[in-house]
Write a protein that binds this ligand. Structure first.
Ligand code: FES
Length: 147
């Protein structure tokens, strides 16, 4: 991402305290993720430690991604509640469903620590929609068919 564009985003929030989250949201919207070099640039420009920028970007894992997104994003929770309900098996099954080239093609698979809906464990989110195991698998197969 062009640092000039990042500087323009920073300028929009010049008078705002705690502008980092707003800027990260703008970057996420524009790029689909928050690139590492942009975090470094934000750290310099906002005079914040890089570790602070990284901490904020990773704390809100539902809002920000640090890797380029595929056309379809699948998040499989591996947090404690979900893990106790065999989320690891779901992750394995989804990897098998996606096949070898799933990530490189139209899918981005993420393991996350908590999707904030532990009562629905095991939690899987496909393109922002919380689904149960069977619905998630059906949706993925359907999306694969649309390629
Ligand atoms: S541990 Fe999976 S949603 Fe919270």
């Amino acid at each position: 991402m062009d640092t000039k564009k990042v500087d323009e985003m920073i300028a929009q929030y010049e008078s705002e305290k705690g502008a980092l989250i707003s800027i990260l949201h703008d970057i996420q919207r524009k790029e689909g993720y928050v690139p590492e070099e942009v975090m470094s640039h934000l750290s310099d420009k906002l005079q914040l430690p890089l570790s602070e920028v990284f901490r904020v970007a990773t704390y809100f894992e539902k809002s920000f991604s640090l890797v380029p997104q595929g056309k379809n994003t699948i998040k499989v929770c591996q947090g404690t509640s979900c893990y106790l309900k065999h989320a690891d098996q779901i992750l394995t099954e989804i990897k098998e469903d996606l096949g070898e080239d799933g990530e490189a093609a139209d899918f981005h698979l993420e393991e996350v620590r908590c999707l904030g809906c532990c009562n629905a464990a095991p939690a899987v989110e496909v393109n922002g929609e919380l689904l149960d195991r069977e619905s998630a698998k059906k949706t993925i197969i359907k999306l694969k068919g649309e390629k």
